[in-house]
Design a protein around this ligand. Sequence first.
Ligand code: KMH
Ligand code: ZN
Length: 291
Amino acid sequence: MSAVGSLRNRRNAMEPLIITCAPVGAEVTPEQTPYLPYTPQLLGETARAIREAGASIVHVHCRNDDGTNTHSVERFAQAYDAIRDASDLIVQFSTGGAIGMTFEERSNVLQLHPEMATLTCGSVNFGDDIFENSFPIMRGILRKMHEFGVRPELEIFDKGHLSNARRLAREGLLSFPQHVDLVLGVPGGLEATVQNLCDLVDDLPEGCTWSVAGIGRRQLPMAMAAIAMGGHVRVGIEDNLYYSRGRLARNEELVARVVRIANEAGRAVASPDRARKLLGLPIPSARGAGV
Ligand code: KMH
Ligand code: ZN
């Protein structure tokens, strides 16, 4: 890692910590854990709990009542309302959805004008599956983000995804700096090591803010590294089922643990409005307004 790159991306080391919670995802089932908030009502209750614990962004996937995946606009609208009734969290929709969803399914929810949504910056092996994000898919999602005024968070599962993001910028579909989430430890993607994290951070375009989402038992060490490096943190049941060996996690517990570690490290934790300022998002004037 070059010293210049290291300084460039860590110069705001003591910015307040933005904690994103990804409470549901698309892979964990209600049979695996009783703590999966897979209905709009449960998502609203979880939004309140993770906000109280210290989160400022909630990353949203939706399920049907039987726990199966859906990216229906109606279900996302219900979830969006429930979250905003319960909290002032920044609401970030997934456009990754679940393996096998079409481009239309994944991107139609952008018409609800969430403040943020994810853009995965390339295809990647995902266990035995392939999470497909071809350039036509990425361009299509970005065009809809422009149309509906939605801020992307760039999801980076592998080093080449940063090259893909730079190509999208050269094509004029993206401008830097952006907020980037480094997703490390997906079977098929880049492993969740501190060395890999440093390499990616070193390669970020100037001025980008970044968070790390470590998968499984790598969630905690990656969060600790990001706190020390001046990055931000994503936790939640989407990425990690367990609080500790054999003990299933509640989303708010995962957030609260990161807050305690940040406090010990002398790092303040950002409120949602402070996070909006750090990310350059407008501050909503009327809380609880409909879509
Ligand atoms: N469920 C994964 C296939 C995202 O939300 O943007 C994709 C995913 C990424 O979760
Ligand atoms: Zn997701």
